[in-house]
Design a protein around this ligand. Structure first.
Ligand code: SF4
Ligand code: SF4
Length: 346
């Protein structure tokens, strides 16, 4: 695990403009995402309202695209902004509220937000790093989630200790297994749609994610045989070349090769299912973005009346007419089987 965030270390890559400049400084044939698409990327019907409730986290993983860490104490959504989220949500067709961070559970308004969304009949997803479930003040969460039918989407890069700890820090794997066992004890991961336990895997090296279906079988067998742990489904994501993963790629001398891989493995069949088409992403301070990655790169929404939109001026009709902003990082979503918060696309 890294000692602190890019921001705390004063790294130039804590600035989104530096990240975009680095990506665009690479010589990549066919490396213009908009030209590769050949047509504007536009929204479909809004299904998922994703809220990045803050950057505070109990961990400092090497590949984090949010630059989250225990030192990110400032960027956390306050109650007034949570209420703006709910007002905006009520204007949309979204059936799902996807709460992410950081470790979203650490935000003092997290439980209020979950309860409000459940009361509205929304499917609620908590993106959980697992280790937080063992920390003081959070140990009741498995039962608390179960009582509300919250889907828990847990990051576990690999079912083997060495791979997971190399990316997330020593001791993470064992804590994660204990947390999964607690979720199982609360009824999660046994086929009950009201107690859905999803694992989210990502490569620990410089490759793309493997076949999601094959990985699911492999993860299921290994976790069951070794620890008696069960889960409902596995989703497989590519690592995005932004923030701390970008830093790691650049420092290890892998950046050029990784971006060539993403560009060369562009899969046009993934475009219609890109998550930016059915999702909106809200930042801790109430700004609206096309996706969590654009949010981290400070690429605000564009389009008439939707320019740099804040929740205060939320207007789903104007957002539906916008064009989604893209840049080179988008090749991470279209490579191979594609990658989104829901896993592989095709
Ligand atoms: S990857 Fe997740 S658990 Fe790790 S530092 Fe980032 S937000 Fe926290
Ligand atoms: S990063 Fe991915 S989800 Fe976000 S705008 Fe680009 S293609 Fe869409």
């Amino acid at each position: 695990m890294l000692p602190t965030s890019l921001l705390r270390r004063g790294s130039p890559l804590s600035g989104p403009q530096h990240q975009l400049a680095l990506l665009n400084s690479l010589i990549l044939p066919q490396g213009n995402f908009a030209e590769t698409l050949g047509q504007p990327l536009t929204p479909a019907r809004l299904e998922i309202f994703q809220i990045n409730i803050g950057k505070l986290c109990n961990m400092t993983c090497r590949h984090c695209h949010v630059d989250s860490a225990p030192d990110r104490l400032v960027e956390n959504m306050d109650r007034a902004t949570v209420d703006l989220c709910l007002e905006a949500l009520d204007q949309t067709t979204a059936h799902t509220v996807d709460i992410t961070g950081g470790a979203p559970e650490m935000n003092p308004n997290f439980r209020y937000l979950v309860d409000q969304c459940v009361q509205r009949g929304k499917q609620v997803i908590d993106r959980c790093n697992l280790t937080i479930l063992l920390a003081p003040h959070y140990e009741d969460l498995p039962e608390w989630f179960a009582a509300r039918g919250v889907e828990v989407v847990c990051s576990l890069p690999h079912y083997q200790e060495r791979e997971t700890d190399s990316q997330r820090g020593d001791g993470t794997y064992n804590k994660s297994i204990t947390a999964l066992q607690r979720l199982n004890s609360a009824g999660y991961g046994q086929g009950d749609p009201q107690r859905r336990l999803t694992l989210m895997a990502n490569p620990t090296g410089t490759g793309l994610s493997g076949s999601q279906a094959c990985m699911e079988k492999e993860w299921q067998a290994a976790l069951l045989n070794n620890y008696g742990v069960t889960f409902d489904r596995l989703i497989a994501l590519n690592n995005m070349p932004i923030s701390r993963h970008l830093e790691w790629l650049a420092q290890a001398g892998h950046l050029q090769q990784y971006m060539e891989l993403l560009v060369n493995r562009f899969n046009p069949a993934t475009v219609s299912g890109l998550m930016c088409r059915n999702t909106l992403s809200i930042s801790w301070d109430g700004r609206v973005f096309d996706c969590d990655f654009n949010q981290m790169l400070d690429l605000e929404t564009q389009g008439q009346g939707a320019e740099g939109l804040h929740l205060r001026d939320f207007n789903p009709r104007l957002l539906a007419d916008r064009q989604i902003r893209t840049d080179r990082h988008c090749f991470g979503c279209t490579a191979g089987s594609g990658s989104s918060c829901g896993g592989a696309i095709k």
